[in-house]
Design a binder for this molecule. Sequence first.
Ligand SMILES: N[C@@H](CCC(=O)N[C@@H](CS)C(=O)NCC(=O)O)C(=O)O
Length: 208
Amino acid sequence: MHLYESIVPSGNAYKVRLLLSHLGIEYETTFLDILTTPPETRKPEFLAINPNGRIPVLILDDGTPLAESNAILFYLSEGTKFLSESKLGRAKILQWLFFEQYSHEPYVAVWKFLTYWGDFSDRSESEVEKLRQRGQEALDVMERHLEGKKFFVDDAFSIADIALYAYTSAAEVVGFQVDGNVRAWLKRVEEQDGHVKIRKDPTGKCPL
Ligand SMILES: N[C@@H](CCC(=O)N[C@@H](CS)C(=O)NCC(=O)O)C(=O)O
């Protein structure tokens, strides 16, 4: 398999790296520069691979490109312990994958990006406040859900945890409030066999 990711470590690509590590699957990586204008992800060669112009993209062994981090997680986890065997369990995992993409990543990930590689001054004050507020709301939803639970779905470590871990692990460092249940869950995810840290940022801007 072959993973397209960015030179500066992407949390969305990290989800895929994390699951590939848990599954013990070997893969190669192509790194694209998303900080140039236009980003390498928007060049025709890459748009032919993912018309949406974004990493991560996983090229399967038969050459098929698969985009969208959580779709990749879902594909790779089928038939493994990281995806529930029950219909309702799988639907609940999808619930959290969609939550991550709609209510969490657009705020926490964007905030992280602006902190290390972007510029808050490009955004209006109200836009910055909306990012902060919505990001915090997502973390608060997670905090309430995790009360009395070890993991997001059926107390089993799954791709729901992997998807949510990627950016939540950086939330406190970039200024969000992370409370006890989420903090304990982050630690539990890190204790799983096969856990790997996010790649170091070669530009040195992100200290994680
Ligand atoms: N929903 C997508 C989001 C992917 C995404 O936003 N990728 C960013 C890096 S984390 C990217 O490729 N940015 C470059 C660009 O937009 O040109 C996913 O989960 O894979």
